[in-house]
Ligand binder design. Structure first.
Ligand SMILES: Cc1ncc(COP(=O)(O)O)c(C=O)c1O
Length: 296
């Protein structure tokens, strides 16, 4: 691990001197500039990934690169790099950072063109990558769990694509922050989908249950990790639609994401949930996840 969260002032100085990657070049953040006509800025026309890095090793990188390809296919944008090229760029950026545990963020947009909704022809995509210190949950959040609010899922019908158009997620996450909560948990037509920046899993009668990876949720890499770890540990798992009343009366609820890892929900809409304490299967999953981070 080796990286202790810096105080804010140190964090700011890390950001000023941070090296980022833009269109084939590593350069200081302040020199990384793109056109206001970039379609990412004008239309949110792009996709992104966030890869957690533990001790300078990317976690489940092939899964992230496969999901990137899926997102690019979904918006009909050719992948500007092979998986090997992506890995090289990612590792070169990781090596330039002063901290060992990182969150590598990268996005690809459809590039710079005269404003017109239809795809421009012959335009080079914009590729941007940066790496920040990995902001993991605090020991207190792990120990006590976190609060969430419930929300109607008002997003579009391709939540399976990791697009940079995130307004629905942004508004929901802000609603959670306004309510002093960590996340908004979404329900669509009476069924659990996911949260504004996490997947959601529940536990009922010892079974780990989560909604299927259809077009209504992001296929989370941490969701996959949690299922792989649960199966390896012989926990019972089920992937199926989860009705709202079942989710809200479950024995446990977990959030999963690359920066939250696996986190227990202990308050929903201002009321204690599941006894107000992380449950036994969460504790088991948390331990399994921590051990999996040290695997090659
Ligand atoms: C909407 C949404 N769902 C789920 C996730 C979890 O995905 P992952 O585990 O790959 O980080 C994220 C992560 O950012 C997200 O934004």
């Amino acid at each position: 691990m080796g990286y202790a969260a810096p105080v804010d002032a140190e964090c700011d100085s890390l950001i000023i001197f941070m090296t980022v990657y833009l269109n084939g070049q590593f350069l200081p953040l302040e020199d990384a500039k793109i056109s206001v006509l970039d379609r990412g800025f004008i239309y949110g026309d792009g996709v992104y990934e966030l890869v957690p890095v533990y001790g300078r090793e990317p976690y489940r990188l092939p899964g992230h690169l496969a999901r990137l390809q899926r997102s690019l296919d979904g918006i009909r944008l050719a992948n500007p790099h092979s998986a090997a090229e992506w890995e090289t760029i990612i590792r070169q950026l990781i090596a330039r950072m002063a901290f060992a545990d990182q969150g590598v963020y990268f996005q690809i947009t459809r590039g710079v063109a005269k404003r017109d909704h239809a795809f421009p022809i012959g335009v080079t995509p914009t590729v941007f990558m940066m790496s920040n210190p990995l902001a993991l949950p605090t020991p207190e959040q792990i120990e006590r769990g976190v609060a969430v609010i419930t929300a109607v899922d008002e997003r579009w019908l391709h939540c399976d694509l990791k697009t940079i158009s995130l307004l629905g997620n942004v508004l929901a996450r802000q609603a959670a922050v306004d309510a002093g909560a960590a996340e908004s948990v979404f329900f669509r037509n009476g069924y659990l989908t996911e949260a504004s920046a996490s997947n959601v899993l529940v536990v009922k009668n010892g079974v780990v249950v989560a909604p299927p990876k259809d077009h209504l949720i992001l296929p989370g890499i941490t969701y996959d990790a949690a299922f792989d770890l649960a199966r390896e540990a012989d926990l019972a798992v089920e992937v199926r639609p989860v009705p709202k009343n079942e989710a809200l009366s479950a024995d446990e609820m977990w959030l999963s994401s690359s920066t939250k890892e696996v986190l227990a929900v202990t308050m929903i809409d201002g009321k204690a949930f599941a006894g107000g304490r992380p449950g036994p299967l969460f504790r088991k999953m948390h331990a399994l996840f921590q051990a999996s981070k040290r695997r090659p």
